[in-house]
Design a protein around this ligand. Structure first.
Ligand code: ADP
Ligand code: MG
Ligand code: ZN
Length: 477
């Protein structure tokens, strides 16, 4: 029998606010355990939450950027469960009236070709939980509440995703939108973007969904891809063997490349949701939403299309650069400095991405002045340094964030542009290589190339080869 895969994603993203959602503790990642906490986010009795307005703004911005309707009257609900990472024993979230609904993101249709919409069921605001640390001590588990109360958006898709490739593209597009909107840094390795992956399979052509399983908190594109493919395959084999898929939460073990059952899936009623009595409902005005709409930044798809049209760059080049907002920012600055979109794109896709790979660095951890790449390209295009030197300077920029012009000076890399100086060096080479000169004059072409080589070496590659050839020809007649 042939099967199709059905997948829906619940993506959690930590918002780039300075402070937490209901208190003024910092949201900064890391720090000594339990130092970013106060009475409110550690759930002390008698304290009251106050909504951080920035969270509201970021939620509306994200909703507008993903084609959602904004719920003008929305409110917070308590999701009750007991677990040591949640000191209040409930999470403040939104169930009944989430702030955004009925949006979509467009992706490539991996089954039928063309484009398709992955619908967004809703986006809601909620608080993150703390973190349990199991591995450091053998006889106990520790808890770190620094992350407790960090604002999250949960973005819930409809089950419109039909393959692992589509899921990855959806999350990539979503991440790009979130980054361009400035609402999250989306550092997946720090958990600021993570996905719960729901997977089911059904007979090809059927309109009735199969039973789904859920794998929580997957935080890399590779893991999302593998988890979906392996889980779909597991379900198919189970069904083919006469078994039945049970609705459950499974843990994806990325190192092993397999998942195992964790617990049976809880339903909404298990959480005994009810409206949070500590927070007033949120009533938005048209004026507020419109002001956010009018200040929405240019979104990635629109910007991509504009760069392809304005700069004459290929769709492939542009997608490579748009794989991270960090590359896009560097690209834009480099174009400003050099006026050459082609050179800027080529250096980013060539030298920069090569170094990123070699050093296994993520784009957001690039660590050099944004102006440096443009300055190097200008030095090269202005014949101030050779291509070889340009690569060396870039390596130093990449590794030590040196200032290109200073580095060029300190390392004596400037091209010799003074014809007289080049001539003097060549004349010395000629007087030291009389034998080759005689051979050349006797008709041996190879000796000319030898003399060019010697001259270039004496000039330490710092004169344009064409110029050296011209001068040597002139002298030898
Ligand atoms: P719950 O409230 O139990 O988490 P939801 O109906 O909100 O369930 O769905 C959660 C996620 O599961 C959504 O992203 C949705 O698209 C996805 N989903 C629902 N049904 C299926 C299915 N049959 N197969 C795959 N994913 C599904
Ligand atoms: Mg859910
Ligand atoms: Zn706090």
């Amino acid at each position: 029998m042939e099967y199709s895969t059905v997948c829906g994603l619940e993506v959690h993203t930590e918002l780039a606010t300075k402070t937490k959602i209901f208190c003024s503790c910092t949201t900064e990642f890391g720090g000594e355990p339990n130092t970013h906490v106060c009475e409110i986010c550690s759930g002390m009795p008698g304290t009251l939450p106050v909504l951080n307005e920035k969270v509201l703004e970021f939620a509306v911005r994200t909703g507008l950027a993903t084609n959602c309707e904004i719920t003008m009257y929305n409110k917070f609900d308590r999701k009750n469960y007991f677990y040591p990472d949640l000191p209040k024993a409930y999470q403040i979230s939104q169930l009944y009236l989430p702030i955004c609904r009925n949006g979509y993101i467009e992706i490539n249709d991996s089954i039928n070709g063309g484009k398709k919409k992955v619908r967004i069921h809703e986006i809601h605001m909620e608080e993150d939980a703390g973190k349990l640390i199991h591995d450091e001590w053998s006889d106990c588990t520790l808890v770190n509440y620094n992350r407790c109360g960090v604002p999250l958006l949960e973005i819930v898709s409809e089950p419109d995703i039909a393959s692992a490739d589509e899921a990855v593209e959806y999350v990539e597009k979503l991440r790009s939108i979130l980054q361009f909107c400035g609402v999250s840094d989306c550092k997946m390795q720090e958990g600021s973007l993570r996905a719960d992956v729901n997977v089911s399979v059904m007979e090809k052509g059927s309109s009735e969904f199969g039973t789904r399983t859920e794998m929580k908190n997957i935080n890399s594109f590779k893991a999302i891809h593998n988890a979906i493919e392996c889980e779909a395959q597991r379900q198919i084999e189970l069904i083919e063997d006469g078994g039945k898929v049970v609705q459950e939460t499974r843990r994806w073990d990325d190192a092993k490349g397999s998942s195992y059952a964790m617990r049976s899936k809880e339903d909404a009623q298990d959480y005994k949701y009810f409206p949070d009595p500590d927070l007033p409902p949120v009533q938005l005005t048209d004026e507020y939403v419109n002001s956010i709409k009018n200040n929405l930044p240019e979104l990635p798809e629109a910007k991509k299309a504009r760069y392809i049209a304005e700069f004459g760059l290929s769709e492939y080049d542009i997608s490579m650069i748009f794989s991270s907002v960090a590359y896009v920012k560097l690209f834009e600055r480099t174009v400003e400095i050099t006026n050459s979109p082609k050179d800027s794109a080529n250096w980013i896709m060539g030298e920069l991405m090569k170094m990123m790979n070699e050093n296994q660095l993520l784009p957001e951890n690039m660590n050099f002045r944004a102006d440096s790449l443009g300055e190097i390209i200008n030095l090269l295009n202005g014949n101030k340094i050779s291509r070889d030197s340009a690569k060396k300077v870039f390596k130093a920029v990449f590794e030590e964030d040196v200032i290109p012009a200073d580095y060029v000076k300190a390392n004596n890399m400037e091209m010799v542009s003074d014809t007289g100086a080049i001539k003097a060096v060549i004349e010395e080479v000629i007087s030291n290589n009389q034998k080759a000169v005689d051979e050349y004059k006797g008709g041996k072409e190879a000796s000319f190339n030898f003399l060019i080589g010697q001259s270039m070496r004496a000039l330490r590659g710092k004169a344009p080869a064409a110029e050296v050839t011209k001068i040597l020809k002139e002298i030898l007649g």
